[in-house]
Design a protein around this ligand. Structure first.
Ligand SMILES: *Cc1c(COP(=O)(O)O)cnc(C)c1O
Length: 380
């Protein structure tokens, strides 16, 4: 091993597990005992509580955040000839599912200050699509790094064009926009329980949240082979995309501390915001909005220097994401907004995510701050 493992990880799942002290093990043991491993009682209980977190009537658990997005697209029947507008600066899953159903992802730029979908770029792309033979059907805003996209302006654009809005909230569960929780901000909201997300399980998991009862029923059918009223009644083409009972049990235990963890992440972000400004560009959260702080992502033109210094100080950091999607080999053939994607391209070269999690103590936060200043700042 040439480099020692970081002493300060990006996310500390071991600290969370120590805090929960056997509660997760007990919850999993209960599932092993009752034996209902697929859509068992913990899944129902978790869905009910999750709907409460999102401020909507329905939550449908599924196998991953990617499948949550896919299920929603299948439920709306997006397909060939349809344009779905997605940011270029996001994780591949956001655009991948659009291509998988045979629709066309159209890449839109993001805003430099919030990293979320730029409504002007979005409007330009929607106007452009029909001329290229594409029928605009929907928008997938991404709540990148935990901050909800600008659903006010996006909803106006969507309503004017008659499009659905599918929130990619894989990173933002627990955040709010204009006093409303993530889950209630779009026609449907997809989230992920990948271990390092704000609410993570011990494997893969996801969910779709919606206020639309009919849509929720379709999603439940789609996640179980297009099931109708009974097990061998198939009313539509679906897939196997269910949430495991064991993962639901883990999530129920973690939900008990979810709100407290959000508050603790906010405190870390507040301290970073005060102390890092000036050394790097710190993230800005729109007024009236809160972030779930899945990542604490700064901008610096000296990223290589900063990354090297943090590594030597044994502090983890990560580049989310090094390449905008329209530059990825898998996505190069898809169209981009007519005004181009200059912000996405610049951000990919300057972003760096620092450790942020509920168990990052104050001395360690100062250690991170000091290392950043030493690498790219003058004196704090
Ligand atoms: C993690 C993530 C996904 C995919 O979630 P999985 O559960 O890993 O499938 C989708 N979109 C964004 C923005 C993500 O960060």
């Amino acid at each position: 091993m040439s480099e020692a493992a970081p002493e300060v990880p990006l996310v500390d799942l071991a600290a969370q597990r120590r805090r929960l002290e056997g509660r997760i093990e007990a919850a999993v043991a209960a599932v092993l005992t009752h034996g209902r491993f697929v859509l068992g009682p913990e899944v129902d209980r978790f869905e009910e509580q999750l709907a409460g977190v999102g401020g909507v009537a329905h939550a449908v658990g599924c196998s991953s955040g990617t499948d949550a997005l896919l299920l929603a697209l299948l439920a709306w029947g997006a397909g060939t000839g349809d344009a779905v507008f997605v940011p270029a600066f996001t994780f591949a899953a956001t655009a991948e599912v659009v291509a998988l159903v045979g629709a066309t992802p159209v890449f839109v730029d993001v805003r430099a200050d919030t990293f979320t979908l730029d409504p002007a770029s979005l409007s330009g792309a929607i106007e452009w699509a029909p001329g290229a033979g594409l029928r605009p059907v929907g928008i997938i805003p991404v709540d990148l790094f935990g901050q909800p996209a600008d659903y006010g302006e996006i909803d106006d654009v969507a309503a004017a064009a008659g499009l659905w809005v599918l929130a990619d909230a894989a990173q933002s569960l627990g955040a709010t926009f204009a006093g409303r929780p993530v889950g209630s901000l779009a026609t449907a909201t997809a989230t992920s329980f990948f271990p390092s997300k704000p609410l993570g399980c011990y494997g893969d998991g996801g969910a779709v949240l919606t206020g639309d009862a009919e849509l929720a029923e379709r999603l439940r059918s789609l996640r179980a082979h297009g099931q109708g009223t009974s097990r061998f009644d198939h009313v539509r083409i679906g897939l196997n995309a269910r949430l495991d009972t064991v993962q639901a049990a883990v999530l129920l235990a973690k939900l008990e501390i979810f709100d407290d963890e959000r508050v603790r992440r906010q405190a870390v972000a507040d301290r970073y915001g005060e102390r890092l400004a000036g050394a790097v560009t710190v993230p800005s959260v729109r007024s009236g909005t809160t972030s779930a702080w899945a990542c604490y992502t700064v901008l610096t033109p000296h990223r290589d220097r900063l990354t090297g210094a943090l590594r030597r100080a044994r502090i983890a950091s990560a580049v989310y994401y090094p390449k905008p999607l329209h530059h990825q080999p898998a996505f190069r053939r898809f169209p981009t907004a007519p005004q181009g994607l200059p912000v996405s391209e610049r951000l990919a070269g300057e972003v760096l995510s620092l450790p942020v999690h509920p168990y990052l103590d104050v001395p360690t936060q100062h250690r991170v701050v000091d290392a950043v200043w030493a690498a790219v700042g003058s004196a704090p």
